[in-house]
Design a protein around this ligand. Structure first.
Ligand SMILES: O=P(O)(O)OC[C@@H](O)[C@@H](O)c1c[nH]c2ccccc12
Length: 258
């Protein structure tokens, strides 16, 4: 089993438990009572490099990264630094995140929020909307056949913006065929978990001009951010460097002017 398959299997188990407590029709009702999601695209398209700052405690590749006892406080610092969006990892087993983190962050900031998880069912999209997310991640590698189109359509119907994540040329073609407007190139190889910093520069030319391009993973500071900006990135998505550094607001601000 690949790392991705293994993570998705755990996600499906945890999901079955939540779904038995709150069935989809009830969750849909609750979601429909929430305010309209925010649109992050104007900020991403504005001149200069945008930052999606991530609330990330652990990862399968690096293990424990940071305690983050108060995700809302961290998110508030990100917002003060001018993050265009904030990503909250909600996967529990490997990333030590939760929907409770997302709710806490939602209550604290007005910045668009990304639910960062391994989304493989409609239920998770409705959960994202109900917990106050504005964006969701769709990982092309986790969504075979027409699952990508199906979940993308449901996300759009819910008013959510999708960040469509690719790792290689074939996945990039699928994202383009889908008509994705926001595409993330993840430099971390899902099989080896190694970061290849050349991934964004290799795949970005395969994306149409009007697509908003996000460079993801392994960005350690302003030099990496500047390199990706020169390669055509509109946005950088940064986790580890921000949760481990001392001053998240300043770190976000510096990356924006990279
Ligand atoms: O901590 P980093 O190297 O800055 O990476 C952030 C982000 O790119 C990474 O968390 C990520 C990118 N795609 C994902 C998909 C699932 C979980 C996590 C991710």
């Amino acid at each position: 089993m690949s790392v991705l398959d293994d993570i998705v299997a755990g996600v499906r188990e945890d999901l079955a438990e939540r779904e038995s407590r709150t069935p989809l029709p009830r969750l849909r009702e609750l979601a429909s009572l929430r305010p309209e999601p925010r649109d992050p695209m104007p900020a991403f398209r504005a001149p200069g490099l945008s930052v999606i700052a991530e609330v990330k405690r652990s990862s399968p590749s690096k293990g424990h990264l940071a305690e983050i006892a108060d995700p809302a406080a961290l998110a508030t610092s990100y917002a003060q630094g001018g993050a265009a969006a904030i990503s909250v990892l909600t996967e529990q087993r490997r990333f030590n995140g939760s929907l409770a983190d997302l709710r806490a962050v939602r209550a604290a900031v007005d910045t668009p929020l990304l639910r960062k998880d391994f989304v493989v069912t409609e239920y998770q999209l409705v959960e994202a909307r109900e917990a106050g997310a504005d964006l969701v991640l769709l990982i092309v590698a986790a969504l075979p056949g027409d699952e990508l189109d199906r979940l993308h359509a449901i996300a759009v119907e819910l008013g959510l913006t999708t960040l469509v994540e690719v790792h290689d040329e074939a996945e990039t073609e699928r994202a383009v065929a889908l008509g994705a407007e926001l595409v993330g190139v993840n430099a971390r190889n899902l099989k080896t978990l190694q970061v290849d910093p050349d991934t964004f520069g290799r795949l970005a030319p395969g994306l149409p001009e009007q697509v908003v391009k996000v460079a993801e993973s392994g960005i350690t500071g302003t030099a990496d951010a500047a390199r990706h900006a020169a390669e055509g990135a509109d946005v950088v998505l940064v986790g580890e460097a921000l949760v481990k550094g001392g001053d998240p607001a300043t770190a976000v601000k510096e990356m924006r002017s990279a």
